[in-house]
Design a protein. Sequence first.
Length: 146
Amino acid sequence: MNHTIKHISATEAHAVRHPVLRAGKPIESCIFDGDDLNTTFHLGAFIENKLVAVCSFFKCKHPLLPEEFQYQLRGMAVLNEYQNLGLGQLILNHGEVLLRTQNIQIIWCNAREKAIGFYKKMDYTIIGDAFNIEHIGLHYVMYKTL
């Protein structure tokens, strides 16, 4: 599979987040606080110049994690017809490499229950108890030491 991964804008990320993570909800539901901060970055995976996968990285500390330098992964999404091709792993690995070069110690996310297996394969660990995000479902905080 011939793909490229590059930095994209928040608006480009919304175009993939929306149908995957917030289908049937208003587009505004997939716009996150901090999307446009200069410490936030968004990555996109392209196949034949089509944006098919996205993930966003926010400078944000989680209270359960003591490390000083942390980033939160948010809005990871792969268009349905491109799922199970390894794109999620490729784009997340790319982001982790970029964070390591910035001496970030921890990456964490609020993982949907159905995504736990994916994150475990990527060496993420659950911390704390499950929690519900209204209208979205059960989530777990997962983290990885970089």
